[in-house]
Design a protein around this ligand. Structure first.
Ligand code: HEC
Ligand code: HEC
Length: 355
């Protein structure tokens, strides 16, 4: 059984910590990401070499899924150049997510998450995260991998640590493992989409949302409020909650993983674009407003307001989103080549409202 093999692998890792291995997959070109490209613990040979081995599916083509994985989709998605995505989570039987800090959830050892990317109808890659050690901050506590699909769409091979440009004949790039970590290691729990605010909505039928997690008794502390209504209602500004929700939600999902008080990037800029469940009483206390509106930031050596109300042309935040991919200063820093038209429109409407 797959679950038994996993149990053993996890025990092995927990006991040995760093496997000290220096297999061929360590040999990628280092890039300047502020983190090492691949810690030896990441290169553990016991880690699965195909997607099917991770326990997501019961066949190599991954057309039939394991009974114990659940589908979910966050309401605030990461823009991935228009790719369609599917996501799954597995929690070991009898475990719960530690939601003592409702803003930053902590997952039990053995948790697995997957995200599949389809571009132009072609399954390109499926990303995988597995928690192997209790303390999220221990190097190697989380295993990150990406599996690239073959042309026939019936088998996968691991693409990490080096990633892959234009995978499977599409424009889609598979990130290097250092890039996984650049985005995921900047919140304490490492998981970015399975969290209170992103799941605080009525998910599609069969997809796990915050109410479901509470009803299934999978959270150590349940969110306030009752099922069927938002547990953490967002404030309504200027009589138009929709413009605010679109903008704050976009920043929460696309920027807040790097721009939050727990991020290593906070030492460089105190910009905070992640929503906080304790700061929703009014837009005037929301971090993404407090740290941007008429607050100076920089772009290309020039200083100016990060958000200048009614003036997107002079708002550093918009200027940075419009910088060409691969050029210094572009935001988000990595993970996209095409500026998100809907995201840009949402932020433009918010700045012109004005916020
Ligand atoms: C540009 C930043 C970025 C990069 C690079 C990135 N991720 Fe993510 N990832 C996110 C965000 C944000 C989410 C949550 C939003 C969503 O699912 O749309 C996410 C979601 C996931 C999920 C679902 C669980 C979760 O955290 O919500 C998995 C699994 C995952 N990523 C794995 C990886 C792996 C493996 C890599 C490297 C091969 C990687 N990611 C690279 C930002 C990133
Ligand atoms: C993968 C991490 C990452 C993500 C995701 C990210 N940023 Fe950044 N951002 C950085 C880093 C690092 C800096 C500081 C370096 C620099 O100035 O370019 C920065 C700087 C900035 C600044 C300048 C702040 C100042 O004080 O001058 C702005 C504005 C900004 N980001 C906006 C955004 C927006 C908007 C998003 C989402 C659409 C985003 N960022 C997503 C890493 C990220």
């Amino acid at each position: 059984m797959a679950s038994m093999r996993w149990g053993l692998a996890i025990l092995f890792l927990a006991a040995c910590g760093d496997d000290g291995g220096s297999s061929a997959i360590d040999a990628a070109t280092p890039i300047d990401m502020g983190v090492s490209i691949d810690a030896p613990v990441d290169a553990n040979p016991n880690m699965p070499s195909t997607l099917a081995d991770t326990g997501l599916c019961t066949n190599a083509a991954c057309t039939t899924y394991a009974a114990d994985v659940r589908v979910y989709a966050p309401q605030y998605e990461l823009w991935s150049d228009g790719a369609t995505k599917k996501r799954w989570i597995y929690l070991p039987p009898g475990t719960k997510i530690d939601t003592t800090d409702m803003n930053y959830w902590k997952f039990p050892v053995g948790t697995k998450l997957w995200k599949e990317f389809t571009r132009g109808g072609v399954r390109v890659e499926t990303r995988f995260m597995l928690k192997v050690m209790e303390n999220d901050a221990t190097p190697g506590a989380w295993f990150f991998a990406s599996y690239v699909w073959n042309t026939a769409q019936n088998a996968t091979t691991e693409a990490t640590p080096g990633g892959m440009q234009d995978a499977n004949g599409t424009q889609h790039d598979i990130p290097m493992r250092a890039q996984c970590r650049r985005c995921h290691d900047n919140t304490p729990g490492r998981v970015l989409g399975v969290q209170a605010l992103s799941l605080d909505f009525q998910g599609a039928t069969g997809e796990l949302d915050l109410d479901d997690l509470a009803a299934m008794n999978l959270l150590t502390t349940n969110p306030p409020g009752t099922a069927g209504a938002p547990r953490f209602p967002l404030p309504v500004n200027n009589g138009n909650g929709a413009v605010d929700k679109a903008a704050y939600g976009y920043m929460h999902g696309n920027c807040g993983g790097c721009h939050n008080p727990n991020s290593s990037i906070f030492a460089t800029t105190t910009l905070d674009l992640r929503m906080d469940v304790t700061k929703l009483s009014s837009v005037t206390v929301m971090p993404a407003r407090v740290t941007t509106v008429n607050v100076n930031g920089t772009v290309g050596g020039l200083t100016g307001p990060i958000v200048k109300p009614n003036d997107t042309a002079n708002s550093v935040l918009i200027t940075r989103m419009n910088i060409a991919a691969g050029t210094n200063g572009r935001m988000p820093e990595i993970g996209t080549e095409i500026t998100d038209p809907a995201g840009l429109a949402a932020l433009t409407a918010w700045i012109n409202q004005p916020p």
